[in-house]
Design a binder for this molecule. Structure first.
Ligand code: SAM
Length: 486
């Protein structure tokens, strides 16, 4: 069969750089659209189901090819004009050219396909996706990069949504890395994901750097000053953090920048400088200095307050997180006598959110600093019935099990693993625990389907799956699934 496909590709003579005219048939994984050239599958970036496009072949494999739209010949009714002029180059919002209703349909179908095809479950109710109230300005955190190598943009081709090409080098940019070009940064003056205030701060920092001729850090020469600008907002508190990541510790520059920023934007509640003298391009410093305010901000989910420091994890869409957690709480169906495990608990936000409805919640998380944050947030909210333990979940369920003796057998387990899903041994242990209800919060329908299928073999049934859209204009989907012991 593979042989046949290989020869089919040869017969088709599809090569890198070829431009083919295709009808876009459907939406595939990771936001790419599916088309066929004489039956041979081509995954097309920048297209929408229903489009007729000219696409340039970028990669050929035995079983499929990858391509990018170069011209829209007949637009799909689901295609819209993207709001952002950087669309197609920036890579942050892959679906800004897709009508939001269609984005939701694609996400819903993606969950159905994953549950049916990967999980092999045909009769699981998949509830209609919960849309995001805000489709722009929904993020509470954006991380911009400085670079001495700007990705220069040519005037937009027609139609403008097809992206921009490189023209040649300037020596300062503040914005986002261009996909697959980690050495180059697109100079961004406006982004519709965080807030107008965040755009104002972004441009003020750029103007400050240029007016004072302070260079961006260069990884090549290991010199220069500015590395990253991270803006975090407490969407429910109004707090604003500006975190400037630099290569060197230069208090005179930071003091001047802080004075200018806080004068122009009195909304800023704290300004921090993370100093990173390593070559690695991470926005986490070797040390941190506070130039204004407390060095932290707060945000609220439900009635719980969370302290957020420059490097602590917090879900990036506050409003939708509240919906996600409220679904998790509803699906858990808690009684005041219930003991709950919150596995992969991060900074304890789910545990704290549900704590009022349960007798006790035990959170387990790999990252020690997150556990410290979780305990601090429990104290901040005067929550006394949550315990947080640091450790690798697989080990904590299979080998390092002494902690279990301190607590009663759980009545409900909530899991919220990373995109890779749960380790099979951890699923096995979950299966053996035989709790009446498991709530699985997932950011990857494929691994959700895989893990749910495994749980079925331990006598569980999947009662329902609820998709939630946390990230409009991206192909990412969250789900909450309720699993019960039969
Ligand atoms: C999707 S996040 C969930 C965080 C949290 N529930 C929330 O809503 O903010 C997944 C968490 O799993 C943690 N994690 C990853 N691998 C782990 C492991 N092997 N054992 C325990 N925790 C792990 C990560 O550090 C991360 O905090």
């Amino acid at each position: 069969m593979e042989q046949k496909k290989g020869s089919q590709l040869e017969q088709l003579k599809l090569h890198y750089g070829d431009v083919v005219e295709v009808n876009i048939e459907s939406t595939g994984f990771e936001g790419k659209s599916v088309a066929r050239v004489e039956g041979f599958v081509v995954f097309v970036e920048g297209a929408v189901e229903g489009d007729v496009v000219k696409a340039k072949i970028l990669k050929t494999k035995k079983k499929y090819a990858e391509a990018k739209v170069v011209e829209v010949l007949k637009p799909s009714p689901k295609r819209i004009e993207p709001r952002c002029s950087y669309f197609g180059t920036c890579g942050g919002c892959k679906w800004q050219h897709v009508d939001y209703k269609a984005q939701l349909q694609f996400k819903q179908q993606h969950v159905v396909d994953a549950i049916e095809r990967i999980g092999g479950m045909k009769d699981v109710p998949i509830l209609p996706i919960v849309a995001s109230d805000d489709i722009y300005f929904y993020r509470n955190k954006l991380e911009f990069s400085f670079s001495e190598k700007a990705w220069q943009v040519a005037p937009p081709p027609s139609p403008p949504q097809l992206g921009r090409g490189e023209r040649g080098g300037a020596d300062f940019a503040l914005g986002f890395h261009v996909p697959q070009r980690w050495d180059k940064v697109l100079d961004v003056h406006e982004c519709f994901l965080q807030s107008e205030l965040s755009n104002g701060i972004l441009n003020a920092v750029r103007e400050f750097a240029l007016a004072n001729t302070i260079p961006a850090y260069s990884q090549e020469t290991e010199s220069g000053y500015f590395r990253n600008l991270v803006i975090r907002e407490g969407k429910n508190t109004g707090d604003v953090m500006v975190n400037v990541v630099t290569f060197e510790d230069k208090p005179e520059i930071m003091a001047k920048l802080t004075a200018e920023l806080t004068k122009k934007f009195p909304e800023i509640t704290t300004v921090i400088n993370n100093v990173n003298q390593r070559k690695s391009q991470v926005a986490v410093g070797d040390f941190e200095k506070v130039y204004h305010g407390e060095g932290i901000i707060h945000d609220k989910i439900g009635d719980k307050l969370f302290q957020i420091s420059a490097n602590s994890f917090f879900q990036t869409n506050t409003k939708q997180t509240e919906k996600l957690y409220s679904l998790a709480k509803e699906f858990a169906g808690l009684k005041p006598t219930d003991v709950v495990y919150d596995l992969y608990c991060g900074t304890g936000s789910i545990a704290l959110y549900i704590s009022d409805a349960a007798k006790q919640v035990i959170g387990i998380e790999l990252v020690e600093s997150s556990i410290i944050n979780a305990r601090m947030n429990a104290e901040l909210n005067r929550v006394t019935n949550c315990e947080f333990i640091a450790g690798d979940l697989k080990e904590m369920l299979t080998k390092d099990v002494a902690w279990k003796e301190r607590f009663s057998h759980p009545d409900v387990i909530i899991v919220d693993p990373p995109r890779s899903g749960m380790h099979p041994k951890a699923v096995e242990e979950l299966g053996n625990l035989k709790v009446p209800a498991i709530v699985y919060v997932s950011c990857n329908p494929a691994t959700l389907a895989r893990d749910l299928q495994m749980l079925l073999t331990y006598g569980y049934a999947v009662e329902k799956v609820q998709p939630v859209d946390m990230f409009p204009h991206t192909y990412h989907i969250e789900c909450v699934a309720k699993v019960v012991l039969k």
